[in-house]
Each structure stands twice: as structure tokens, then as C-alpha cells.
Design a protein. Structure first.
Length: 146
């Protein structure tokens, strides 16, 4: 039996729209990351970027389950001594919900140059307005709505 290897020159990418309304953040991020990697295609190859473009809309309506809204923090370092900063997810979802979805998806992609290629195919918007009607994106319904 022959092993199929996807040719990177065969660029047959599609555009998908994902509505994040009432979706848990982690479940949304894992399913979007699978589409970006190309795991939903039969020609999936781990060392080739064969994924599709994904547009995530309505990130203001994404939810966190349990007590994560109060207990979960986004931590980052400024690069200076004593520069560890932390932001509660309650505040982050209120102010920068698009950034929280972007970072959640980015954390679920490979940490190499293929992962850096894949994250460039993700577009995240706070509301339903986006400027990608010319690409004719298909609406994808993900499992796990609350």
C-alpha cells in the first residue's frame, strides 16, 4: 500500500466562516485549529501546510465555562525586569475578545515555521462584519454550542 504525500504546489484552499456565538473558547479554538492544519481533509500530511482559510466572527459572544471567567489569567512578559503582567480573562473578553480567540488558536498549532504559516490564514472579528465576501466563504457549523 502506498503512502500518500500531499504536494505543497497543489493549493486548493477554501474559505470558511465560523460563528463563535455561545461557543466555549477552547472548543472553538481546537476545531478552528484542525481546519487550519487541514485535518478535515483526506489528503492531510503533517509536514505540509494543506489547511484552509478561516474567518471567525462574533467573538464578543464567546463564553468560558465554569469559573474560568474569574480564575483564568492571560500572562505575558514585557521583556523588562519584573515585567510579568497578567490580565483576567473577564477583562480580556470584554475588551479584546478577538485577541483571546487568536491566541487560543495559535496555542493549538505547531510551534514551527509551518505553524507560523497556518496562523496567517486566520482572520478574527469581534462582530459579524468582515471584508471577505469576494472569497465566497462557506459557513461551517461546529459541534459544542452551549
Amino acid at each position: 500500500m502506498k503512502t500518500y504525500l500531499h504536494n505543497p504546489a497543489d493549493k486548493s484552499t477554501k474559505w470558511y466562516i465560523v460563528d463563535a456565538t455561545d461557543m466555549p473558547l477552547g472548543r472553538l479554538a481546537s476545531q478552528v485549529a484542525a481546519i487550519l492544519r487541514g485535518k478535515n481533509k483526506p489528503e492531510f500530511t503533517p509536514n505540509v501546510d494543506a489547511g484552509d482559510h478561516v474567518i471567525v466572527i462574533n467573538t464578543d459572544k464567546v463564553v468560558l465555562t465554569g469559573k474560568k471567567v474569574e480564575q483564568k489569567y492571560y500572562r505575558y512578559h514585557t521583556g523588562y525586569i519584573g515585567g510579568l503582567k497578567e490580565v483576567q480573562y473577564k477583562d480580556m473578553l470584554a475588551e479584546k475578545s478577538d485577541k483571546s480567540v487568536y491566541l487560543a488558536v495559535k496555542g493549538m498549532l505547531p510551534k514551527n515555521r509551518i505553524g507560523r504559516q497556518m496562523i496567517k490564514k486566520l482572520r478574527v472579528y469581534k462582530d459579524a462584519n468582515h471584508g471577505h465576501e469576494a472569497q465566497k466563504p462557506e459557513l461551517v457549523t461546529l459541534e459544542g454550542k452551549r
